[in-house]
Design a protein around this ligand. Structure first.
Ligand SMILES: *[C@@H]1O[C@H](CO)[C@@H](O)[C@H](O)[C@H]1NC(C)=O
Ligand SMILES: *[C@@H]1O[C@H](CO)[C@@H](O)[C@H](O)[C@H]1NC(C)=O
Ligand SMILES: *[C@@H]1O[C@H](CO)[C@@H](O)[C@H](O)[C@H]1NC(C)=O
Ligand SMILES: *[C@@H]1O[C@H](CO)[C@@H](O)[C@H](O)[C@H]1NC(C)=O
Length: 363
């Protein structure tokens, strides 16, 4: 049997319309807003400035010194797009502790990631990075088990090779459309061949110094295992104070440190680094991000060339201190001398107790 041209025409037409339909469908499923901005959809992940919370789980408590005041969900709602954690091996369970689990125990990684998963499901047009400090050199397979239990493995982006230059990362739009919207970096013991979505930090991201007590915040390369001229970079923009010889968070300075401009501000460090390297930092880790009333997100928006226009108000500083005069001014001279706020006082007393019990530092 022969098909005549006349018979083929409808076939061709229906094939054509099928193709069009498929095309339309894929266009429809493409993200039109990425991390809150249409302009970011076509930008490489490696060409965007994200705000990160340093020790994101070390939230206000009467235990060890804390680096943040509000919950992970609130952090994400406010615009934090990199969550940094310190992971420890507590009797075979991966636990988020600060320096040691005896001093601060922020719960299991699995419980933390479950909270992240809930937020990611409710926010399908957002890309989020995790930065894991692998304190006890656990193998990536141990993390893989936890990611699977929390349902985050299927949302995780695995690059096709182990080290990428900033421009080689996919666009936010591609990450969102593919459903692979979590990028996890680990400071040590990542292994591309066993768990490719746990990405080695230092061959992909270099960092400035951390735990600095000098508010100048230089932009020098401090840690890297890659090509610093092409890889992404992270600035550690949190100021420490020395308490009994050890670095500790400095909440009383947070409104200045997180500021848009002026000496010691986040905005100023971004300008210095951009002038030095010809490009903005990719990640900016901060403490007590809500001090400054959204200034850290404004700095990111300016770096990204978009407008900062939050739809809901960001968290208020919960511990009084530098952005409200009441608490810090009513406390005793000794407390003020340490630059502490009453909300952080108990925490800092625990730090002191910890220092007395044995030598360690807070990072
Ligand atoms: C984690 O800690 C437990 C004991 O608390 C130990 O038996 C286990 O070997 C550790 N895991 C790794 C991978 O080091
Ligand atoms: C990194 O910064 C720390 C201070 O945080 C400093 O002690 C160290 O020397 C720096 N290392 C390099 C290689 O710059
Ligand atoms: C993104 O690219 C623009 C244009 O080259 C540059 O000005 C900006 O600094 C880059 N941002 C990052 C985070 O690389
Ligand atoms: C930081 O807070 C202190 C104390 O409330 C205040 O005097 C100062 O003006 C604030 N600085 C900035 C940059 O907001």
């Amino acid at each position: 049997m022969r098909l005549s041209l006349k018979n083929l025409a409808p076939v061709a037409l229906s094939l054509l319309s099928l193709t069009c339909a498929a095309g339309a469908a894929s266009i429809e499923s493409r993200a039109t807003t990425c991390n809150g901005h249409a302009e970011l959809c076509d930008r490489s992940f490696g060409n965007i400035t994200f705000v990160g919370s340093h020790d994101s789980y070390a939230i206000g408590t009467n235990n060890l010194a804390t680096n943040q005041d509000v919950s992970i969900t609130q952090q994400l709602n406010d615009g934090i797009r990199m969550l940094q954690v310190q992971a420890h091996n507590l009797s075979g369970t991966i636990q988020l502790c600060h320096t040691s689990c005896a001093l601060y125990n922020g719960g299991t990684l699995q419980s933390y990631l479950t909270t992240v998963k809930t937020w990611m499901d409710a926010n399908p047009n957002d890309v989020l990075s995790l930065l894991i400090v692998n304190s006890d050199d656990l193998p990536p397979t141990a993390y893989d088990t936890v990611f699977k239990a929390a349902g985050l493995d299927t949302l995780s982006y695995a690059p096709s090779f182990s080290a990428l230059t900033a421009s080689q990362w996919p666009t936010l739009g591609t990450l969102i459309s593919s459903g692979k919207r979590i990028l996890t970096f680990m400071d040590g013991f990542a292994d591309f061949t066993t768990v490719p979505y746990i990405i080695d930090e230092f061959t992909n991201i270099w960092e400035t110094a951390f735990d600095v007590t000098d508010p100048t915040f230089d932009c020098n390369v401090n840690r890297s295992k890659g090509d610093t001229s092409t890889s992404m970079y992270l600035i550690n923009h949190f100021l420490d104070q020395i308490i009994l010889g050890q670095p500790a968070p400095y909440p009383a300075m947070a409104n200045v440190t997180n500021g848009v401009s002026g000496p010691g501000s986040l905005g100023q460090q971004v300008q210095t680094c951009a002038a030095t390297y010809g490009r903005n930092p990719n990640f900016m880790l901060v403490d007590f991000y809500e001090y400054g009333g959204g200034s850290v997100f404004e700095v990111a928006a300016t770096a990204n060339g978009v407008t900062y226009s939050p739809t809901t108000p960001i968290a208020s500083p919960s511990s009084g201190g530098s952005s409200s005069t009441s608490t810090s001014h009513s406390t005793s001279g000794a407390i003020v001398d340490f630059g502490l706020t009453s909300g952080h006082l108990t925490a800092s007393l625990s730090v002191v107790a910890g220092i007395v019990m044995g030598a360690w530092s807070l990072v």
